[in-house]
Design a protein around this ligand. Structure first.
Ligand SMILES: C=CC1=C(C)c2cc3[nH]c(cc4nc(cc5[nH]c(cc1n2)c(C)c5CCC(=O)O)C(CCC(=O)O)=C4C)c(C)c3C=C
Ligand SMILES: [Fe+2]
Ligand SMILES: [Fe+2]
Length: 346
């Protein structure tokens, strides 16, 4: 058998034209693992309400962060893929869950290179129904339909992997060297609280409270909230941060349902009102900088902080294509590629 890797990230619109943004948001928000209500209700909500106003607003936000080469998330994912490809012995294809290049085209690219054993690699450190799970489910559907001879292995969430923690901690340490910050906020993308119950409770009994989610436990394999706290705890331990010098919050909520708390915008505001003048912020749920880090945090977050008297707002970039991260990914892939193929009787 011949091995290859499919790196999968979220995806971006083709351009900042509201029509392209609308097409992208339609695919994204009509995913039953993102807006997890019955099809008729999702259609009413997304196509009847959200898509009437959101594309224009989102397009304006994308215009503020768009690069000459395209969407930062896309460009940074392509750079990552090219660098990893250079270091590894097996072909590496890149795909996006929404938009282009699609997962189907990524699998086709690998098949054209003779690959029949694929490592599906969702580029998300923490497991969520709306990220890792939706990628794996779609990839499997496509495999059955279009690539029945392929075999898949997938990379599990690496939120507590020592290599990932080291790289993330080093990237924070590097950016904050010489920066005299008072508080470091770990801001993760939020999800509706309901998603945690659905994807975790039946499998590992998350109690959805801080005591439960802040206790390291192998049973929390599918609890996004727990995994966010665990990444934070391990990075803080690595960096030797004192308990009152950092905290966790969740950003980017959409709609009126309760999402994971505390919310990032309110936390930034509260910290400023309580007298914090120098705030640093890191966004470990994203491996590539994107709209949510470059606009929502670096622009909107900064504005909120300054409005309540904050003075210095330092944003730690995502891992992007930093060399230490590329080397870790290449090593994980090579370790998998060197494993012997399992024989049928094993
Ligand atoms: C950990 C990663 C992410 C989770 C979990 C997630 C959940 C989630 N997101 C929405 C709605 C939107 N997200 C949007 C942008 C966006 N989301 C992620 C990652 C996660 N989303 C990224 C990386 C991005 C940026 C993409 C880019 O092109 O840079 C958007 C679009 C922008 C906007 O209009 O705000 C929406 C909408 C929901 C409902 C959700 C639910 C679990
Ligand atoms: Fe939990
Ligand atoms: Fe999102």
């Amino acid at each position: 058998m011949s091995k290859g890797v499919l790196l999968v990230n979220l995806g971006s619109p083709d351009s900042t034209d509201p029509k392209d943004v609308k097409r992208y948001l339609d695919e994204f928000l009509m995913d039953e693992r993102v807006i997890d209500v019955p099809y008729w209700a999702r259609t009413l909500l997304v196509r009847g309400i959200i898509l009437n106003t959101r594309p224009k607003k989102s397009a304006e936000a994308y215009q503020k962060i768009w690069w000459e080469e395209g969407s930062p998330l896309m460009v940074l994912s392509e750079r990552l893929q090219a660098k990893v490809d250079e270091l590894t012995s097996v072909p590496i294809a890149l795909a996006m869950r929404y938009g282009k290049p699609s997962i189907k085209s990524g699998l086709q690219e690998l098949q054209d290179k003779g690959v029949d054993e694929v490592l599906v690699f969702p580029l998300y450190p923490q497991f969520a129904m709306a990220t890792t799970e939706t990628i794996l489910v779609l990839a499997e559907e496509l495999r059955k339909k279009h690539f029945p001879k392929m075999e898949f292995t997938s990379v599990p969430a690496f939120y507590n992997h020592a290599d990932y923690i080291r790289v993330l901690a080093n990237s924070i340490g590097e950016r904050l060297e010489g920066v005299d910050y008072e508080h470091l906020l770990f801001s993760y993308h939020g999800v509706p609280e309901r998603h945690i119950r659905k994807s975790d409770i039946t499998r590992s009994h998350c109690k959805m409270d801080d005591k439960c989610c802040q206790t390291p436990s192998a049973a929390h394999q599918f609890c996004y909230r727990h995994q966010c706290f665990e990444t934070t705890r391990l990075v803080a331990e690595y960096l030797g941060l004192e308990k009152d010098k950092y905290s966790v919050s969740f950003q980017s909520r959409l709609g009126f349902d309760p999402w994971l708390k505390p919310y990032t915008d309110r936390t930034i505001e509260r910290l400023g009102l309580e007298g914090t003048k120098k705030l640093a912020i890191v966004t470990p749920a994203f491996v590539s900088d994107c709209l949510e880090t470059l606009e929502e945090i670096a622009m909107e977050g900064k504005e909120i902080f300054e409005e309540v008297g904050g003075k210095e707002f330092t944003v730690v970039p995502c891992l992007n294509d930093r060399d230490e991260w590329v080397k870790v990914l290449a090593r994980w892939i090579d370790e998998w590629a060197m494993q012997p193929v399992a024989s049928p009787e094993e």
